[in-house]
Each structure stands twice: as C-alpha cells, then as structure tokens.
Design a protein around this ligand. Structure first.
Ligand SMILES: Cc1ncc(COP(=O)(O)O)c(C=O)c1O
Length: 474
C-alpha cells in the first residue's frame, strides 16, 4: 500500500530547510535528502502544492518550482489528478543521487569486521556436516550460544540464565520484535533524542507515539524532562542506550541510571536497554551496568555482535525474564523462523575470545576518533567536536544549523553522511552532524577536508535573514 505524508509532517521533517537561495531549490534539496536517507519512503504521496505552501508559509509557485526540480532530478513523479509521489532511488544514476564511484560512505557507523573473524568462520565451516544435520529452525537460538551470552552477562554483573536469552537476527530484529510484543498502536514510548534512527522506524511502524527526551554531549540525559515524561505520559516502554549512546557517545552516570530506573518503576514502564554499543569502550573504563535493583520484569536488554565483531554476522539477542522470552518466541514466527545456524555457531565460537575482540575494537575506534577530532580542530575550528569516550561517532556541533544543506552539498563531492535531523525524534538537530569514526583514518581525514571546503560555501550561501538568526543563537 502506498503511503502519504501530510503537509504538517513534511514541514516538521524538513525543519530549517531554507538554507540557500533560491528558496525553491533549498526546498527541493530538503525533500531530496528525506528521500535519500529514507525518511520519505519510495511511493509516498506528497501533499498538494497549495497545502504545503500554506504550512511552509511560502508561495504556491515556490512549492510548484520545487516539485518541478524534483521531477527533473527523478526524485518524484506527478500525474494530473493524483498529485506527486516519491520514486525509488537508483543508486547508479548520478542524476538522482549525485553519488560518484569511490565515494566515502559515512552514512553507517560500522567498523570493519574483526580481523580474526574469517579464521573462525573457516573453522566452523570445517564442521559443516554436523551443522547441517540439525533441524535448522530454532526460534530460541542455539543453546551453546545462549549459554555463552548468559555467561557474558554474569561476568558483567548481570546474573542471567540461558532461558532468559532469545537469539535474534541482529539487534534490529530484536527491537522490531520487542516493539511488536511490548507496545501497541497509540501507546507512548519514551526515547532519547538524538537516537538510533532505525529504532524510531521500528517503533513508528508499530504505531507507537514517541516522546523524546534530550541527550546532549555536554550535559548527558535531561533528567528533569525524563522524569516529567515518565510521570505525565506513563509510557508503555522506554528505548534507551545507556552506554556510548548512538550518536552522542555519552554513557549514563550511576545517578542517571538510578533516576531513570526509579521513574520507570513509578510509571510502570518497561525499559528496553539497547547495549549494542556498550562494549565499544575507548577510554572510559568499565562501569557497573546499573538497572539491577528494580523490578526485573521491567528491564529488558538488547545486545548484538554487529559493532563488536561485524554487522554482516546478523547475530543479536534479547535478555529478559523467562516469561517475556516465551512471549517473544511465540510472536517471533510471524517475523522470522530463527537465526541462521552457521552464524550462530560462529558467534558461539567467538565468545571465548571476547576480550581480544573488544581490545582490538578499542584500538580501531581510538585511531578513528582521534583522527576525526584532530582533523576537525585543524580544518573546522568553529565546530565543537566533543570528546567521546567510546561508541562509533562524534556528534559534532556546527556553528550554524545547516547540517542538511551541508550533507546535500558534500554528497555531490563524493561524501555520504547522515544529517543531524536523521537522528531526531521530533525534528531539529540541524545544528549537529554525526561523523562516524569507524572508517579508515585516511577516509576520515579526507571526509573532514571535503566538509571544510563545503562548509564555507554552504554557510555563505545561506539567506542573510537566516544567517542573522543563526548568529543570534550561537
Ligand atoms: C544502537 C544500535 N542498536 C541496534 C543496531 C542494529 O544492530 P544490528 O546490526 O545487530 O541489527 C545498531 C546498528 O547500527 C545500533 O547502533
């Protein structure tokens, strides 16, 4: 079924779109970016020109010219009578995506595979005959793997039995499964902003209403807002990343963990703690996991080998009370019928080496982080690049809210990034840019050079009224 976006929702998603002259090209670029990072799915019907013009407070001819530009670049098609719809993007068509071969792609923050992985895969492949003798459909997950995951929780100070674990196809499928089982249409879900965008996608798809709580690199979790949001909206669930939050890299202090647990208990909210990034420590050091002394039925943890070992492994899991695990198993078969056996066997073989895996990760991430930080302070001293003690990215503060315009500009110069608003829950974050430090230092330095050259152009191309307004905010 095709979907449609209302003028109000499109205006909210566009945020501060008026970043250059002429206005219609800035508007077209804003819509292009929404298509490129999938905030506007293909075959989405756009609002009528008159309606969008009213919401954006521009003339109808500005919207008409923007739609014309989008038609010319192949992003939308318009038919008389049924309006304009977005078109699927064709990656290789430079007219549509303006991407050249050999581009530096920093849209995803995924480190390269752990170097020992290929060897482990070969060893597991040598026992393929015993693997294929298994039934193959296992919605719980291999017992050897669940035991290994449970042991790792115990080592971290979270007592866990294998019956409390369900293995999933990556953390994303875990989030999707939890969203479907724990929440229903119209339920409120508390979520950090900025946050991991595909969690937003999964929660929205489940029909939930998201309540954003700010996290900043300087101040951490806004506890006043969090307490109010728990008390006033009584969310059914909260989706949070307590360690090396993606994209800010912040970790919750013990006090933040305690306040959030307390507020969630009072509201009867289930805390879904996404710990996909929790092992990506560079120089923070171990901290107690927290969330232990509350009602165990209210704390659910999600984990994955996607960032520690390799995204292509697609092995993740959920840790919860055994009752919840049974409910998840029952609901799962509508979504998939288990995690592939080979990948599970590889994952089980990796756990005994987990110490070496995270040590190597720490080294790779430190190198990347330091390369980005040094390059930004050299080439873009007007930006604020806060220190990240771990995780996958720097959440950089720009000196003007032109993140989307910048991302569109550098795209045509072979650099792919996600703009700040991609990580927002309810619009905003145009003053921020996520730079993942998971790529090679050469690519990262090259990326910052492209950004520095583009920034001057984008900033000077911003309308005067906006530049004045920006400077007032700085
Ligand atoms: C916070 C967070 N959760 C979940 C995921 C998805 O992980 P997986 O690749 O295991 O599905 C990611 C991947 O970027 C992530 O950053």
């Amino acid at each position: 079924m095709d979907s449609r976006i209302s003028a109000r929702a499109l205006a909210a998603a566009l945020g501060g779109w008026r970043t250059r002259e002429p206005a219609y090209e800035a508007l077209a670029d804003g819509i292009r970016l929404l298509c490129l990072d999938n905030r506007l799915a293909p075959r989405t019907a756009l609002p009528a020109e008159r309606e969008l013009a009213a919401f954006l407070q521009v003339s109808r001819s500005t919207v008409a010219a923007a739609y014309r530009s989008l038609r010319d670049s192949g992003h939308i098609a318009s038919t008389r009578g049924s309006g304009s719809v977005t078109l699927p993007l064709r990656r290789r068509d430079p007219g549509r995506t303006l991407v050249s071969d050999g581009a530096i792609d920093l849209q995803q923050a995924s480190p390269p595979a752990w170097p020992g992985l290929a060897g482990v895969m070969s060893e597991v492949a040598a026992s393929a005959s015993s693997l294929v003798s298994r039934v193959g459909y296992d919605v719980f997950g291999r017992i050897e793997l669940r035991e290994a995951i449970a042991r790792r929780y115990c080592d971290r100070g979270v007592p866990t039995s294998p019956g409390q674990i369900i293995v999933t196809t990556g953390a994303q499928s875990a989030i999707h499964l939890l969203a479907g089982v724990l929440s229903g249409r119209g339920d409120r879900v508390l979520i950090e902003t900025p946050t991991y965008p595909h969690a937003v996608d999964a929660l929205r798809r489940a029909g939930t209403r998201l309540v954003g709580v700010p996290v900043t690199t300087a101040g951490g979790w806004d506890l006043d807002r969090a307490e109010q949001a728990f008390a006033r909206t009584l969310p059914i669930m909260a989706y949070l990343m307590p360690d090396f939050q993606n994209p800010t890299g912040r970790s919750m202090s013990a006090a933040e963990r305690a306040t959030i647990l307390h507020s969630a208990e009072r509201a009867g909210t289930i805390l879904v703690l996404d710990e996909t990034t929790a092992d990506l420590d560079i120089d923070r050091g171990p901290v107690p996991p927290g969330f232990l002394d509350g009602d165990p039925a209210l704390v659910v943890r999600v984990g994955s080998l996607g960032k520690t070992v390799w995204g292509g492994l697609r092995v993740g899991w959920i840790r919860g009370e055994t009752d919840l695990v049974r409910r998840l198993v029952a609901a799962r078969s509508a979504q998939d019928l288990g995690t592939p056996e080979f990948e599970q066997a590889v994952a089980a073989a990796l756990f005994p080496q987990f110490g070496a895996v995270v040590a190597q990760r720490s080294h790779v991430l430190r190198t990347g982080r330091d390369a980005v930080a040094a390059a930004v302070s050299r080439a873009l001293p007007e930006w604020r690049a806060p220190h990240a003690q771990g995780g996958v990215s720097l959440w950089i503060e720009l000196d003007a809210p032109l993140s989307s315009a910048l991302v569109m500009d550098v795209r045509s110069r072979g650099l792919l990034l996600s703009a700040g608003p991609r990580f927002s829950v309810d619009g905003g974050h145009d003053r921020h840019l996520r730079i993942p430090f998971t790529a090679s230092p050469d690519d990262l330095v090259g990326a910052v050079d492209i950004l520095a050259e583009a920034w001057r152009r984008v900033r000077s191309g911003a309308p005067v009224a906006m530049a004045e307004q920006l400077d007032a905010v700085v």
